[in-house]
Design a protein around this ligand. Structure first.
Ligand code: ADP
Length: 485
């Protein structure tokens, strides 16, 4: 990978402050999705390396939880600074391993770094409570303490930001971490581990184990010293981890799949809605859990919207993410290509029209044409399943109550978006949408200052914001008796 600061490129796992190989020396090769070229390899670790990491993290956690809060905040501030100082190189690593257009990767690093800044500030605000005693000689205290060692599993679509969003609050409150990056994108996580060392994080507080997902997942969920599991990824793996964690009743936070409705009412600012839908649909080539997956347009403006949206979609520049002008990079895998093709074929067979795109891109490999489908109906696969690709299905609707019912008719509940200029409707619809996050007149909702997370089968818990530390804390109540002489 051609970057300036070569020390960011690590090809070993990171356990107890040491860079380690797998015990059996085996490695996994990592490929660039834009051209299938090898980017190097990382150790193929399994259970035993994970257990060693948990033991190191357990030892480190005792000390880290007793560090002065200002020391923890300083390490996080350092990490924030180091991420930004290396922003261009770290962004390139994301693009090399994940294919993301470089401008989006630069944005992801800023977003990732923002969690270190935010939680360096929140570290100092882990307040408790003093509650009036229920008897005259008693006082009731509530304190919050770090939960302990955290097991963390992250996806490939935001390899830097998803890790930062989990480890920043953990580090802030005095937890230690054993983390497994996605097999497609380990280098961003390893670079972050390297920077954490420079930032002054004591050894053993952050451990990164690359390798076999099932073995590492089972070791994390099965170990008594792991007190919390935090996961971002598919709903099926999230359910599996929840089941595995039930055995020892671990606290679990899950950020899972989504199937975001994007609703445009006929009183909306149409230009703004077109631009918002483009961002919400095609960010990371449609491979984010908050991507618009069902675009509902009120019937009186349906044709107008479809025309404007299709025109802008067909102008999106597809190419290698490293080229500055690229707006759509490759998909992550052959499976992703297959799912996109399947959703398009199914929709076509059931009567949808392809307004633009619809095929693998002429560039070949994992590139797919940004695609718009019109005349989409609720019986099509794309109306139910997460596509995770650059396909925009556009549905038509008549009334407010109808579209709310259809938008909520899904087992997912992560993000929803809608555009209107009516104040009453803004409130009514926001309150009735069964989703953890609502973008009202915007297609971008992610910020470290707001609680990110879903309801229903989209997850448990919230990340970022003042609530983001809660998942890494236990509450303890102390009943203080015998105060009177
Ligand atoms: P995707 O289909 O987007 O890759 P996954 O849920 O499969 O989503 O992957 C998200 C993360 O979960 C990755 O780090 C992956 O390696 C990990 N993972 C997949 N299967 C398991 C498993 N059985 N146990 C633990 N982690 C897993």
């Amino acid at each position: 990978m051609d970057i300036k600061n070569k020390s960011l490129l690590k090809n070993l796992s990171y356990v107890d402050g040491e860079w380690i190989n797998a015990n059996d020396g085996s490695v996994t090769e990592i490929l660039n999705p834009a051209n299938s070229e090898s980017l190097g390899s990382v150790p193929n670790c399994g259970s035993s390396e994970t257990v060693a990491a948990i033991e190191a993290a357990t030892k480190a956690q005792t000390k880290w939880s007793k560090a002065d809060v200002k020391e923890r905040a300083l390490v996080l501030r350092n990490l924030h600074r180091l991420m930004l100082e290396n922003q261009d190189d770290l962004a390139k690593i994301i693009t090399f391993e994940g294919g993301k257009p470089i401008s989006e990767s630069v944005g992801e690093i800023a977003y990732a770094a923002s969690f270190f800044e935010w939680f360096s500030e929140e570290a100092k605000r882990v307040y408790g409570d003093v509650i009036p005693g229920h008897q005259y000689d008693r006082r009731t205290l509530v304190i919050k303490q770090p939960i302990g060692v955290v097991g963390c599993i992250t996806p490939w679509n935001f390899p830097s930001a998803m890790l930062a969003r989990k480890i920043a609050p953990a580090i802030a409150v005095g937890c230690s971490i054993v983390s497994k990056p996605a097999p497609e994108t380990p280098f961003s996580a390893l670079a972050m581990a390297y920077l954490s060392e420079l930032a002054g994080l004591p050894k053993g507080v952050l451990n990164i184990v690359t390798g076999d997902a099932e073995q590492i997942g089972a070791a994390l969920t099965g170990h008594k010293d792991i007190r919390k599991i935090t996961f971002t990824g598919s709903t099926s793996v999230g359910k599996l981890l929840l089941k595995q964690s039930a055995e020892s009743v671990k606290k679990v936070s899950l950020e899972l799949g989504g199937h975001a409705p994007f609703i445009i009412f006929d009183d909306a600012d149409l230009d703004a809605a077109v631009d918002g839908a483009l961002i919400a649909k095609y960010r990371n080539s449609g491979q984010t859990c908050v991507c618009a997956n069902r675009i509902y347009v009120q019937s009186s403006i349906y044709d107008d919207f479809c025309e404007r949206f299709t025109q802008k979609t067909s102008g999106l520049l597809v190419g290698n993410g490293l080229e500055e002008k690229t707006q759509q990079g490759p998909l992550i895998s052959n499976n992703a290509m297959k799912k996109v093709s399947l959703h398009i074929k199914d929709a076509k067979d059931k009567g949808a029209k392809i307004a633009t795109g619809g095929n693998p891109h002429a560039l070949g490999g994992l590139f797919f044409e940004p695609t718009v489908l019109t005349g989409v109906t609720d019986d099509m696969l794309i109306a139910k399943e997460e596509t995770f690709g650059p396909v925009a299905p556009i549905f038509s609707f008549e009334s407010e109550q109808e579209v709310i019912r259809r938008a909520n008719d899904t087992s997912y509940g992560l993000a929803a978006y809608f555009y209107t200029s009516d104040l009453g409707k803004s409130w009514r619809v926001s309150e009735q949408l069964e989703f953890g996050m609502v973008g009202l007149n915007t297609g971008i909702i992610s910020t470290e200052m707001a609680p990110f997370g879903g309801i229903k089968e989209s997850g448990l818990g919230r990340e970022g914001s003042k609530y983001g530390v809660d998942d890494y804390l236990e509450m303890k109540y102390i009943s203080l008796a015998g105060i009177e002489e």
